[in-house]
Design a protein around this ligand. Structure first.
Ligand code: GLU
Length: 502
């Protein structure tokens, strides 16, 4: 229940004085945050302050953890189409309590300093929560990637990377970027190649960036990792009866109605795995050009293929097309997965969101004000810093692979297989009956890289959920999984600083 209602913490008082909760627009349209809504960075800080007010940390240490250590802004020109075009990019380093610092590079027209700093802070908290040994960072380039041809994008990306590399803002032991919105394997391959050209004798150059293609030092399972992590997070949630009850739900994932906002890499993989492996019904997908709704459940593979070939969901052969996609975000469902942008669930629509559980596959999709409204309405939110941590977790495995210069499983796989064959042969001899071929084929094979990556990811997601869930239920001043996640994460960062005598 509303455990913090009577608790006037510093953060709550500050929060209440900032929002005008009684005056929400009811015209049925979802807008981006109203001007009264704090910025993304302020929103993250408010969540931080709410959690830190429940901790016993000196104000100096609180401030040290909260602030973004540095943000580098670069404006560079690239000659394209006969003219010089100037681009603005950022790399923010939030916390260097562990190095290298880690976090994606985003290419979008929404990129600005406030956004990269908020995202860098979330990276610090996320890495601490899932125990990847990194500080937090984030980069962004203000660009519309669709406005440029691939060879132009390559020149722009390499030039941006050059600016960051020469300042050690891309470096295997200092700062290791990864994909984010608008970037993927292709951009990471260009960045890695640019680093290698500028550091020709660096043995560990592949480890300067993660999310690379497999044949350029990438790792099996990185592309699916964030969506896979969302699946593991939900599977773990449904192992805890208290949590299912807190969300006013029953049963398992099987048959749950899921609305997904954004069928990019993260949304696509989460929706695909949940529908194909866990029996969820994806009853709506909200995209840029509107939404497609089908209460019987959408075929995600078909829909994703359609979006890639037609540029949107309009005209998809099954379900019903709804032009006002924003309204579909408010459609009644069991689980809502915002998997695109920050701030999509905000003061202007939070009261109309009709779900029991939100899992934040994107970074910052629920603003601080909306978070409060939803919590009071009994909606459980699985917070971004945990829910989308699958990406950085597998990035960690890729970085370790690059530093060790060997694929996971290469040494053990056949040994494991040989042991399993020996065991089954002996079993058959003792029992006098053959074991089925189906069992043999599954049991014999030793784990390859993909199986090991998935196993490491699942272990990480399960362990991190348990650490935050335990805090949520054991302290009656902790009102949400988000605050619990902050407490676990900030506790670890604080311990790391304290160990240095700060
Ligand atoms: N951009 C992803 C995130 O926000 C991945 C970061 C990484 O792998 O370093 O978590």
């Amino acid at each position: 229940m509303l455990l913090l209602d009577n608790l006037k913490t510093k953060a709550m008082v500050r929060y209440e004085s900032r929002f005008d909760l009684g005056n929400l627009p009811t015209d049925g349209k979802i807008n981006m945050p109203r001007t009264t809504e704090p910025s993304f960075r302020q929103s993250v800080d408010m969540m931080f302050e709410k959690a830190v007010s429940l901790m016993d940390l000196s104000s100096g240490l609180q401030e040290k953890i909260r602030v973004c250590n540095s943000t580098y802004t670069v404006r560079f020109g690239v000659k394209l189409r006969g003219d010089i075009h100037t681009f603005t990019g950022y790399r923010a380093v939030h916390s260097e309590h562990k190095e290298p610092v880690k976090g994606g590079i985003r290419f979008a027209t929404s990129v600005n300093q406030d956004e990269v700093e908020a995202l860098a802070a979330l990276m610090s908290y996320k890495c601490a929560l899932v125990e990847t040994p990194f500080g937090g960072s984030k980069g962004g380039l203000h660009i519309d990637p669709n406005a440029w041809e691939p060879d132009e994008m390559e020149r722009i990306t390499r030039r941006f990377a050059y600016e960051l590399i020469k300042r050690d803002l891309i470096h295997p032991s200092q700062n290791v970027p990864a994909p984010d919105m608008g970037t993927g394997e292709r951009e990471m391959a260009w960045i890695a190649d640019q680093f290698r050209r500028m550091n020709t004798t660096e043995l560990n150059s592949e480890a300067c960036v993660t999310g690379k293609p497999l044949n350029k030092g990438g790792i099996a399972g990185r592309v699916e990792a964030t969506g896979r992590g969302v699946q593991y997070a939900l599977q773990e949630f449904f192992r805890h009866s208290d949590d299912i009850k807190a969300a006013n739900m029953k049963g398992t994932l099987d048959g749950k109605r899921v609305v997904v906002q954004g069928l990019g890499n993260v949304g696509y993989h989460a929706a695909k795995f949940l529908s194909e492996e866990d029996g969820c019904l994806i009853t709506a997908v909200v995209e840029r050009d509107g939404a497609v709704v089908d209460d019987k459940g959408l075929d995600i593979e078909e829909l994703s293929h359609y979006i890639r070939t037609h540029g949107g969901v309009n005209g998809f052969f099954s379900g019903e097309y709804v032009e006002n996609g924003a309204a579909v975000l408010e459609k009644d469902c069991d689980i809502l997965i915002p998997a695109a942008m920050e701030g999509v669930i905000n003061l202007s629509n939070a009261e109309r969101i009709s779900t029991k559980l939100i899992i934040e596959a994107a970074n910052g999709p629920v603003t601080a004000g909306a978070d409060e409204i939803l919590r009071k309405a009994g909606v459980v939110i699985i917070p971004d810093m945990y829910a989308n941590a699958g990406g950085v977790t597998v990035s960690y495995f890729e970085w370790v692979k690059n530093l060790s210069h060997i694929r996971f499983g290469r040494m053990q796989r056949r040994k494991e297989e040989a042991n399993n064959i020996l065991l089954i042969k002996e079993l058959e001899r003792l029992v006098g009956k053959p074991v089925s071929d189906d069992f043999k084929s599954k049991f014999f094979q030793g784990a390859g890289e993909l199986e090991l990556v998935r196993s490491g990811l699942e272990d990480t997601m399960r362990g991190a959920y348990q650490s935050m869930q335990q805090v949520w239920h054991s302290r009656n001043d902790v009102d949400s999984l988000r605050t619990a996640a902050y407490l676990v994460s900030l506790g670890r960062i604080a311990d790391s600083y304290k160990a240095l005598g700060l």
